[in-house]
Design a protein around this ligand. Structure first.
Ligand SMILES: Cc1ncc(COP(=O)(O)O)c(C=O)c1O
Length: 389
């Protein structure tokens, strides 16, 4: 028998951050201590009330399937969140609970686009976007962003790309991964308006909302009736492994997404859905976690330039600093490898996020404990031979 051949659609790029993680784990098994600045994962646990609610539900017995669109109590609580956080009225009917925002992307792309559709996204950008699109037979249309626009896309850039070759969708995040950059408020409105006018489905990835340090985050729902908004409990709510996210869909896409969800996932994890409403009541605890990120960020902004790493994207939000390391090495993947082996500090090479220009960039995450960020900086200073070491 001929051995099974992998499909062409599965020939997607590896997620290098995960490869770095395997290397760090191997070093840790040999007894090395590694400072993890490669992971976009909160060092804090889920809020206490969430963990307690899950423990109560577990002790009570059966955890069954949930409704495909999500448990009504959670959908209503998410809808209420839009009123509280942004002053925007959202009906619970439009909220769909998913398996992380990753599960939301699947529903959004399948319900919103036919095979061959072209979806604009930025380079640098979150690597899974292009991989998910490609595996579904959709075409990522990369829009390069850099210092000229503060590493953010603009309506003019989208318009130029659309004129060059028709776009069907745009998938953008603000704050963004890997840069932390936020799209300025006026530009965000322009992008929403341009997508509406041009009939481009705007998928707004709002997963880093709540994690901004200079100004509040804005939801696309405030400016567009037709945008699909994706969000998650993974980042601000520190619940990565609970695998819970949501989307707010325009009404015509809700029933198609429900049908897709019924067959693709049946429902998002029920235990996580039972516990998640409590996350919205844990503001004090989550703001304390965020205050820790803010202190780590301040430390990095003060000390990285003294180490010779002064050139980075505007770190407006999320928990990343995307820094130009080209004065130290031509290839950030090789530098990251040496930094891991020799200094015991892990960071993610830029090629993960930008295949053409990422070799000069490294992403440092400050999602972990503050003491780790401090230790990481001390180790880098010693390793780079910086005067403050
Ligand atoms: C921009 C962005 N979107 C989506 C995700 C996926 O998150 P999850 O599936 O845990 O909600 C991530 C994870 O790092 C991300 O950085």
């Amino acid at each position: 028998m001929i051995p099974p051949l992998p499909s062409k659609r599965s020939a997607i790029a590896p997620f290098l951050a995960m490869d770095v993680l395997s290397e760090t784990r191997a070093l840790e098994r040999q007894g090395r201590h590694i400072v993890h600045m490669e992971l976009g994962e909160p060092g804090a646990p889920a809020p206490l009330a969430v963990r307690e609610a899950a423990a109560r539900a577990l002790s009570q017995g059966v955890i069954g399937y949930a409704e495909a669109l999500g448990r009504p109590a959670l959908r209503q609580r998410i809808a209420r969140h839009y009123g509280e956080a942004y002053g925007v009225d959202v009906s619970a009917e439009r909220v769909i609970v998913t398996t992380g925002s990753s599960g939301a992307f699947l529903l959004a792309f399948l319900a919103g686009f036919d095979p061959g559709a072209r979806i604009a996204m930025t380079a640098p950008g979150y690597p899974a976007y292009a991989n998910i699109l490609a595996s579904l037979g959709l075409e990522p249309a990369l829009i390069e962003v850099g210092p000229e626009t503060g590493y953010s896309p603009t309506a003019a850039l989208l318009e130029a790309a659309h004129r060059a070759k028709r776009l069907d969708g745009a998938l953008l995040a603000s704050p963004a991964n890997p840069t932390g950059a936020m799209i300025p408020s006026d530009e965000f409105k322009n992008i929403c308006a341009f997508c509406e006018e041009a009939g481009i489905l705007f998928v707004s990835d709002e997963i880093y909302h709540g994690l901004s340090y200079e100004r509040p985050c804005e939801t696309a729902l405030a400016h567009s009736r037709n945008a699909v908004v994706v969000n998650s409990f993974s980042k601000y709510y520190a619940m990565t492994g609970w695998r819970l996210g949501w989307l707010v869909a325009p009404e015509p896409l809700v029933r198609p997404m429900e049908r897709l969800q019924q067959s693709l996932a049946i429902s998002a994890p029920t235990l996580a859905q039972i516990a998640a409403p409590f996350a919205f009541e844990a503001k004090a605890e989550l703001e304390a976690v965020k205050a820790g990120y803010a202190r780590s960020r301040a430390l990095l902004l003060e000390r990285l330039p003294r180490l010779g790493l002064a050139d980075f994207a505007p770190p407006d939000g999320a928990f990343y600093i995307y820094a130009d390391i080209s004065r130290f090495a031509a290839d950030s993947a090789a530098l990251a490898k040496r930094m891991l082996e020799e200094a015991g500090v892990a960071a993610t090479p830029g090629v993960d996020f930008d295949r053409t220009r990422g070799a000069r960039m490294l992403r440092f995450s400050y999602a972990g404990q503050e003491s780790d960020v401090m230790l990481g900086l001390d180790r880098l200073a010693a390793w780079l031979g910086a005067p403050e070491a």
